[in-house]
Design a protein. Structure first.
Length: 283
């Protein structure tokens, strides 16, 4: 225990600014929720927390498996003892476990508060920016909705399935990258990744998302009656009926069921949002 506390003390100075940014993120979001008398929706935050912990477990298991296989291929004598010594050396060398613990505390706190506030956005600032964002898209693409152009190139089933695969892959990559950054031996790279993630998720993930609160193409019609993206959604539904592999639609339907649920905080969000936009007609 003494060695553990000593290692944590030696490394804490490197993370003071990161801890400060995280506490600033938490305090600002909690303060905003308190000021607006909003009940935060914690379910998404706890989901991200479980995902992060699962990613840590999977990462550790894969590393152990790879090490065991390498030792077996190398025909090490007493492979169990060699594995224990190797893991001990990896964790202790350069106070690696202390750096990883600081990092994982920061990352899990960051992703939990981000997801909690993101789920609470419509209660903080009701959705209203979609019309303006649609016009910005059209201005950039010469008066045409961008999906019309992309559908001309990627509007077939094969392309949509491939794009959908990579679209859904991001969540796994995010979780794995956080674990990798926590355990990398490159300390400078770890800190650079950490500050980029903290500022990105605070500024873009929460502040900008609150300021420009919008539902996006998939929920535009059910929430506002605007059929701008109806052809796009019909194309995705058609490809999904043919292949069953447009998994984004499954996630979308799950989010919609949760959003329109009559229980818990999500019901509050639904009532707040629908009362603020007279043209909305939720299913």
């Amino acid at each position: 225990m003494k060695a553990f506390l000593s290692a944590m003390g030696r490394t804490k100075a490197d993370y003071r600014l990161a801890h400060f940014i995280l506490l600033l993120h938490i305090a600002s979001m909690c303060g905003l929720a308190w000021y607006l008398k909003v009940e935060p929706y914690y379910r998404t935050g706890t989901f991200y927390l479980r995902l992060s912990l699962m990613a840590m477990l999977v990462y550790a298991s894969c590393y152990l498996l790879w090490t065991v296989l390498r030792f077996l291929i190398e025909q090490r004598e007493q492979p169990t003892a060699a594995l224990i010594k190797h893991i001990r050396d990896v964790l202790i060398r350069g106070d690696r476990y202390a750096h990883a613990l600081h990092s994982m505390v920061i990352f899990t706190g960051m992703i939990t508060v981000f997801a909690t506030i993101k789920s609470t956005i419509p209660a903080i600032n009701p959705f209203s920016w979609d019309p303006a964002l649609i016009e910005v898209d059209r201005a950039i693409f010469g008066g045409i909705d961008p999906y019309v152009l992309t559908s001309a190139v990627f509007g077939n089933a094969y392309a949509i399935v491939v794009i959908n695969f990579f679209y859904n892959l991001w969540l796994i990559l995010v979780a794995c990258s956080l674990v990798w950054a926590a355990w990398t031996s490159n300390h400078f790279l770890r800190l650079r990744f950490m500050f980029a993630a903290l500022l990105g998720w605070l500024v873009a993930g929460n502040i900008c998302a609150i300021a420009f609160s919008s539902v996006g193409p998939c929920f535009l019609e059910p929430l506002t009656g605007d059929r701008t993206y109806a052809p796009l959604m019909q194309l995705l539904e058609q490809v999904n009926s043919e292949t069953g592999m447009v998994w984004a639609l499954t996630a979308q339907k799950g989010l919609w069921v949760a959003y329109t649920s009559e229980s818990g905080a999500i019901s509050l969000l639904c009532r707040v949002c629908t009362s603020s936009l007279p043209s909305q007609s939720p299913a």
